[in-house]
Design a protein around this ligand. Sequence first.
Ligand code: TMP
Ligand code: ASP
Length: 259
Amino acid sequence: MARRRQIYEGKAKILYEGPEPGTIIQYFKDDATAFNAQKKGTISGKGVLNNRISEHVFTLLQHIGVPTHFIRRLNMREQLVRQCEIIPIEVVVRNVVAGSLSKRLGIEEGTQLPRTLIEYYYKDDALGDPMVTEEHIACFGWAGQEEMHDIADMAIRVNDFMSGMFAAIGIRLVDFKLEFGRVFDGEFARVILADEISPDGCRLWDMETGEKLDKDRFRRDLGGEVEAYQEVARRLGLLPEGLDTDVLDLESHRKKRGK
Ligand code: TMP
Ligand code: ASP
């Protein structure tokens, strides 16, 4: 890894300088955190699965005309992406009540929302990513009016597309989080979808059993995290039949071999 410069290390990914100006390499770690990193752990093989799942989703989104940072997957744990200026807002899209919405408003998890809900959170770990309104975003200049219009529009398109994609494989898309970035063409700035889309930032419930196939397995100590992520990848057609967890468990294999 010493051959390139590390730009940033986040909770689940490391960013390296890409091979050409304006590009970045996203390395997907097996590290998992929850509750603003108060809970930490590793899910062996998660990075490999998220890299693959995110590649798949971003590629399909690009096909339907959603501009994204994704360029191509490089290997099991890395993808090449377009460098962008991350807008410091986590965009949460909800179809069904769960998680913090359920807690905040006292509505039972699993309640279908009458319409899709979009929420914004200010990306600041030290503050615990507080929920903010469009008024705060405009007031503090985190994003412009037009940018917010584009963000909401893209969030709805991503939700429509992904709800269908997951429904087709027996999965209910409960909610998910998106991040957007700015790219510049001279003076002109444009918003593109950035970060990743994977079971780390989505709630995915099996339509028949209600089983959770996402990071809530880790957050809520349910166990079977990697099997759940693998099941999502398998249903999306991304895993050859019969590939088991050991094959994906590269990081612990490497550690065992002392590398
Ligand atoms: P929440 O119910 O905890 O607010 O989460 C809503 C969705 O956003 C859920 O799918 C998980 C995702 N999410 C993240 O990806 N990162 C975060 O830091 C948080 C709080 C939620
Ligand atoms: N990833 C976030 C954290 O650890 C929270 C979460 O996904 O639940 O802060």
